[in-house]
Design a protein around this ligand. Structure first.
Ligand SMILES: [Zn+2]
Length: 122
């Protein structure tokens, strides 16, 4: 049996490029994820058979987590009705910066008409 330290080191070497890609780009790289053994859509990536077997070996060797179960904090999404402008002819839509709301809605680049203010403009 390979010592636990080697398993953890090997696993971390696999995960490190993924964590770096996420830190740099804000999301994991699919190429790196599939290289280390993850499969499926990146938002729901899960280990392929080979990585799954490795993880099971690691878990069997290091044993159960020595503390109470970790419960991830749930994200609270705050939906704001952001101001935007929409063209009544073609539907072209542009998010607006609060800084420029007092200037008014922009002109549609396609139809050359003033776009309609939508969302929370005040
Ligand atoms: Zn338009």
């Amino acid at each position: 049996m390979i010592p636990t330290k080697c398993w953890v080191s090997s696993f971390m070497n696999w995960c490190m490029p993924l964590m770096i890609a996420k830190a740099v780009t804000g999301r994991p790289s699919k190429k790196i994820a599939t290289t280390i053994g993850l499969t499926g859509k990146m938002i729901h990536a899960h280990p392929n058979d080979e990585l799954g077997k490795l993880v099971k070996l690691i878990i069997a060797e290091i044993g159960p987590y020595p503390h109470k179960k970790l419960i991830p904090k749930t994200r609270i999404s705050i939906k704001r009705q952001r101001p935007y402008a929409e063209c009544s002819e073609c539907g072209y839509r542009v998010p607006m910066l609060k800084k420029f709301l007092d200037v008014g809605p922009p002109i549609c680049p396609k139809d050359s008409i003033m776009m309609m203010p939508e969302g929370k403009w005040d």
